[in-house]
Design a protein around this ligand. Structure first.
Ligand SMILES: C[S@@+](CC[C@H](N)C(=O)[O-])C[C@H]1O[C@@H](n2cnc3c(N)ncnc32)[C@H](O)[C@@H]1O
Length: 272
């Protein structure tokens, strides 16, 4: 049976919505019903199921398929050097005293890294500005599918146009033969990024403290209560004096009152 001929009932949609909220904290509006039907329809087709209720039963018994379901219902849009003002800000701060620690690597966390364009953009900038000085990046997301993609460091050439030319020349390889049309982030950069599955809606694993945390374009999917919990968890991992960057389309109004605003969407944790 074709997946498009199977209707998603309001009750089934409510069950998927609750499931996604419980796991990820993502709140889906009623308008997202066609999106849920469209994205999960292909799984019904793959398993030759006749209804979304059967698929719900299936994922309740299969952690791997539950992960696939979560992967399909998250929105992973991203691109290199998205919101360039954040990268201008980072470059500026790196050239001044205060941000670069002495005696340990600079540590940056990309907290909803999707397919890797955000952490690689940060990494390319750090490689450019810091040269051989030590730095490391933790890049995390809830979706296994995007993390697998991110770890490869392979992107379509046409998607790499927002990477400044000099950085592309210095730190990226142009694919040849089977990889023609692609570019590869060089291994020396890739090695400094640890990709890890972390659900921001749960208690965080041990990560240590960070000098800068990027949490961009993910809070838009959360309600206020989830935002408050997520921001609080992440701020517990930001060192005093460190920076917290959110998207220009997001706000911390009513979510946190402990940070000092530096510029729109850029916050600093007060010194201890
Ligand atoms: C739109 S992308 C943003 C990517 C990147 N930060 C940017 O600004 O381009 C949102 C990402 O948040 C992830 N996400 C959603 N809920 C999450 C959660 N509870 N924990 C961790 N990541 C989550 C999604 O899987 C998705 O990859």
């Amino acid at each position: 049976m074709s997946s498009t001929s199977i209707a998603l009932s309001d009750r089934e949609f409510a069950q998927f919505r609750q499931l996604l909220y419980n796991i990820t904290g993502i709140s889906l509006s009623d308008a997202k019903k066609p999106l849920v039907a469209g994205r999960l329809g292909k799984r019904l087709y793959a398993y030759e199921l006749d209804s979304y209720s059967e698929y719900l039963r299936h994922i309740s018994q299969s952690p791997a398929e539950l992960q696939t379901c979560v992967d399909l219902l998250t929105t992973n849009e991203t691109y290199f050097f998205r919101e360039p003002k954040h990268f201008d800000f980072l470059r500026e701060r790196l050239s001044q005293p205060g941000l670069i620690p002495s005696g340990r690597p600079l540590r940056i966390w990309s907290g909803a890294c999707s397919s890797g364009e955000e952490p690689y953009s940060i990494a390319l900038l750090l490689a450019d500005v810091l040269g051989d000085r030590p730095w490391e990046i933790l890049a995390s997301d809830i979706s296994q599918r995007v993390l697998e993609r991110a770890r490869t460091g392979v992107y379509r050439l046409e998607d790499s146009q927002d990477i400044p030319r000099q950085m592309r020349i210095s730190h990226c390889f142009r694919g040849v033969d089977g990889n023609a049309g692609n570019m590869l982030i060089c291994p020396t950069i890739r090695r400094r990024i640890r990709f890890e599955q972390i659900n921001l809606n749960n208690a965080l694993p041990e990560t240590g403290q960070f000098d800068v945390i990027f949490l961009r374009n993910v809070m838009i999917y959360f309600n206020s209560e989830t935002k408050r919990h997520v921001v609080k968890r992440l701020l517990s991992r930001l060192r005093p004096g460190g920076y917290f960057l959110i998207s220009h389309s997001e706000s911390l109004n009513g979510i946190d009152d402990t940070l000092n605003i530096v510029k729109p969407s850029i916050y600093r944790k007060p010194d201890a």
